[in-house]
Design a protein around this ligand. Sequence first.
Ligand code: FES
Length: 122
Amino acid sequence: DLSKIEEGSGVTVKWRGSPVFIRHRTQKEIDEARAVPLDQLKDPEADEARVQKGHEQWLVMSALCTHLGCIPVGDAGEFGGWVCPCHGSVYDTSGRIRKGPAPKNLIIPPYKFLTDSTIQIG
Ligand code: FES
């Protein structure tokens, strides 16, 4: 149920025993993610490919750092996204890796919108 997640905040839910971040992004966060040239990314992926059309404010992704699986901290880091406290990987507002040892962007699980405010992961 996304209805209680205010813009600019997020929650962590569990899916198949693993944590998943659901972030209600602000327009600023979306704009920042979309302004980044893909050639500046270690794991080049457009923000548009990481969210669903018409629901761009919702970022749904695995909460496991792609380095060694720690859980990054949100609202942190120089790219306004997440920072992994274990070895300093820094993710942006699209959950893409920008700095540090993690090789890949945070993984987007399969999910679908059942209504505008309800999603089903898996
Ligand atoms: Fe996240 Fe190493 S596990 S940086």
